[in-house]
Design a protein around this ligand. Structure first.
Ligand SMILES: NC(=O)c1ccc[n+]([C@@H]2O[C@H](COP(=O)([O-])OP(=O)(O)OC[C@H]3O[C@@H](n4cnc5c(N)ncnc54)[C@H](O)[C@@H]3O)[C@@H](O)[C@H]2O)c1
Length: 288
């Protein structure tokens, strides 16, 4: 299947990533459905997207006509099976939990048309650990977006050993059709490219903090003013979500069994206190 054959895209999950991926798809001209198991999550996603699009129109970044047309193409649904039965490309962006994703892929495989590609936006769960749950392993890969999806250009496309060249080509082309910059990996690797580099920096930053070398705010300042990163690693964790950072480490630990993959103690503490960063008003920083 080529990108020209794609008319309907389904995004599973309406959280931080799924909502924005769905919007990008609709803005790019695809009939798009965002599916979730929680109505309140769909409502939050819709409200957030309308607010962001209104702001973009006010600032002259998009035209009101383009935004209206995109919302006409975009649907929000709890009825996954009906939506997926008529889709060409699924991007799974549900919670980072391998058992949930495996069960989702099993269900998607049963209802999606035979030609449909099933991609996961997972940051850490490689598609080879999902491919054996479906009868179409050649149509499974990682299509990894970055937060905030509406702005960040990079999309990593990661095939597993069963992924067909056609699936790779279509996914790369779709990323391009979304206005993104696809980066194709030749094989699976933990963290792919960008997060592997980011994890190395984050690990050192948290270690400096836990060792009492510096306050986390000062570490952020050093990264911004000496390395010229737009955000410090602690600010970025708050934006990504401490829960997501924590679950990504746990998912990596589940795959590697290496204690070095486990989340740092200070991240675990924030997670257990449900201080997830910007989304809860408090993480490393206080947003109240
Ligand atoms: N947050 C990031 O910066 C980021 C970046 C790249 C990739 N990712 C990946 O994207 C995925 C989603 O992350 P997020 O930050 O958007 O998470 P999130 O917690 O904001 O949203 C997850 C959503 O999935 C929904 N959900 C849970 N189980 C579901 C199911 N069975 N069917 C449908 N929906 C279900 C939840 O209700 C929730 O709305 C994860 O795999 C994560 O690794 C996240």
């Amino acid at each position: 299947m080529a990108t020209t054959d794609i008319s309907h895209v389904t995004v599973i999950g309406s959280g931080t990533m799924g909502a924005q991926i769905g919007m990008v798809s609709a803005l790019s001209g695809y009939r798009t459905a965002i599916v979730d198991i929680a109505q309140d999550s769909l409502d939050r996603a819709s409200e957030m997207l309308h607010t962001r699009m209104d702001r973009d129109v006010d600032k002259g970044r998009r035209t009101a006509d383009d935004v209206r047309a995109a919302f006409d193409r975009l649907g929000f649904s709890l009825d996954r099976d009906t939506v997926v039965a008529d889709t060409d490309f699924v991007i799974e962006a549900a919670i980072e939990d391998i058992e949930i994703k495996r069960s989702l892929f099993r269900d998607l495989d049963k209802v999606a048309p035979a030609h449909a590609i099933l991609a996961t936006n997972s940051s850490n769960i490689v598609s080879s650990s999902l491919a054996d749950a479906v009868g179409r392993p050649d149509k499974v890969c990682n299509m990894h977006f970055f937060n905030p999806v509406l702005i960040m250009e990079c999309v990593e496309v990661v095939p597993n050993e069963h992924t067909s060249q056609e699936t790779v080509d279509t996914t790369v082309e779709l990323a391009r059709a979304f206005g993104k910059q696809p980066v194709l990996l030749k094989k699976e690797a933990p963290g792919f490219i960008a997060n592997r580099l980011l994890n190395a920096l984050r690990k050192e930053a948290v270690e400096l903090y836990e060792d009492g070398v510096a306050d986390f705010r000062d570490i952020d300042v050093a990264v911004k003013t000496a390395l010229r990163h737009p955000m410090g690693p602690f600010e970025l964790m708050d934006m990504t979500g401490i829960d997501v950072v924590y679950l990504i480490r746990m998912a990596e630990y589940a795959q590697t069994g290496d204690p070095a993959s486990l989340p740092a103690q200070s991240v675990k503490d924030l997670y257990e206190k449900k201080q997830f960063g910007r989304k809860t008003g408090k993480g490393w920083y206080d947003y109240s």
